[in-house]
Design a protein around this ligand. Structure first.
Ligand code: EPZ
Length: 416
């Protein structure tokens, strides 16, 4: 298994380009199933999860061609509506084929995603929403068996804010008979980017980005050209890296308007953040103040940035409370950070982080995507060498991580 070896203590300087958002690309790739003509995408990051999704779509009969950051998907010859366990078990987001398959073909057989490291992550709200649209759904042998001659528009209140739940139901509603209103919908920028793409494909959607999304069903959807929105979590991760190492970093293809909560917290920590329409610049002298964090649905502080801000707090001046309200087990990075000398105590869904002057390099293990990223951040400031094992988690969500960090002056190398 690959490892990352990082020499800490170097302030990051320079500029890099942020890739297209993983969490926008995944639903948009699945939206190709709704179209009768090719969907042409650009700014699709070369990530493991993107590859997994394309493989799943090809398994169903989608013709996919990729070159650089461009992907063309043709779903005019789908020969199976099944998403097998072997593929779904490696990536929960595979559930995003359920809505499109049901809407276009009236049938879907999708393996229930397992839980994952950060929590049980059920899909009950996806299923209830589709049933509200008239789908017959039952679970057998670990598969979701769904049938609907024609989905019907419905008003559906989601009793938890769910990002992929909102995306699945929005896609399904595009081809339903009549109007669907999704209440308490997720407002994440990736939901908005999916809606923008669906509208270009001929869908009639209003209110994406608010908590009430209205979708007027249409007969059919066609392909379109779409550039995937920039990855706000990748950008946020490098912003924290610049802050912690006391550097000066410019991120191109980054949008500050997608990161208000993160920028606010970095400024509270004493970091300078400047931006224009397409870039963000972060400057820090490395002297950081501890900041309390409480995750919640967008536009509040994103759960996908919780581990990264915890890393910042481990070396900040003072004591910080980090509260995770979205997932029940998203503190796996804590034990690994403690191996680097961090002072953290966990009480339920809150971690108390006491800043220390210095972290010490050690061997640590990545457990999930964003936890792995937070260990990279800690390693960038720890004295001496840190070895991070099981970095396949990182490859799921960070394109060319070593190249980008090396371009900023970090001493990072990948070994097997
Ligand atoms: C999306 O996951 C993201 N993944 C996650 O990013 C992100 O952490 C999460 O949203 C929250 O922002 C993608 O977009 C591919 P949820 P998702 O449904 O949609 C509960 C990363 O690091 N819930 O919004 O699976 C659920 O258990 C990944 O890039 C139900 O109970 O998350 C959780 O506690 C990690 N029933 C909460 O809602 C349901 O039917 C929010 O989950 C659905 C969700």
């Amino acid at each position: 298994m690959d490892k990352l070896v990082i020499e800490g203590g170097i302030p990051l300087q320079g500029e890099i380009t942020i890739s297209g958002a993983k969490n926008a690309a995944l639903p948009i790739l699945c939206a190709s199933l709704l179209a009768e003509t090719p969907l042409k995408l650009s700014a699709v990051a070369k990530l493991k999860d993107v590859g997994t999704t394309i493989t799943l779509l090809e398994h169903m009969g989608v013709q996919a061609s990729r070159s650089e950051d461009r992907v063309v998907l043709d779903a005019s010859h789908i020969h199976t509506q099944e998403a097998p366990y072997e593929m779904v078990k490696t990536m929960r987001a595979s559930i995003l084929v359920l809505g499109p398959l049901l809407a276009r073909f009236g049938h879907a057989r999708v393996s229930l995603p397992g839980g994952c490291a950060i929590g049980s992550r059920p899909v009950d709200l996806h299923i209830k929403g589709l049933q509200a649209m008239g789908a017959e759904i039952h679970i057998e042998h670990g598969y979701i068996e769904a049938r609907a001659s024609k989905l019907k528009g419905a008003r559906y209140f989601m009793d938890m804010v769910t990002v992929t739940g909102t995306e699945n139901l929005m896609m399904a509603a595009c081809l339903a008979d009549g109007t669907t209103v999704l209440e308490n919908a997720a407002k994440e920028p990736e939901v908005v980017d999916l809606a923008d793409c669906l509208i270009k494909m001929g869908a009639r959607i209003e209110g994406a980005g608010t908590d009430i999304i209205t979708i007027h069903g249409v007969e059919r959807l066609h392909g379109c050209d779409h550039q995937v929105v920039c990855d706000r979590i990748e950008a946020g991760t490098y912003m924290v890296a610049a802050a912690m190492t006391g550097g000066c970093v410019k991120l191109n293809n980054a949008r500050a308007d997608l990161l208000d909560a993160v920028i606010e917290k970095l400024r509270d920590a004493g970091v300078t953040v400047e931006s224009d329409a397409t870039s963000i610049t972060v400057k820090s002298n490395g002297k950081l103040k501890a900041v309390n964090i409480r995750t919640a649905p967008h536009p509040a502080f994103p759960t996908d940035m919780q581990a990264q801000m915890m890393a910042l707090n481990t070396i900040a001046d003072g004591v910080a409370k980090v509260t995770e309200t979205i997932f029940e087990n998203r503190f796996m990075h804590v034990q690994e950070m403690q191996r680097l000398g961090a002072q953290i105590e966990v009480e339920g869904n809150t971690a108390i982080v006491r800043g220390v002057p210095k972290l010490e390099g050690a061997t640590v293990m990545a457990t999930d995507l964003r936890a792995s990223a937070s260990l990279v951040l800690a390693a960038l400031v720890a004295s001496g060498e840190t070895i991070i094992e099981r970095i396949y988690h990182l490859d799921r969500g960070y394109e060319n991580l070593e190249e980008k960090l090396t371009a900023l002056g970090a001493k990072v190398k990948r070994t097997s």
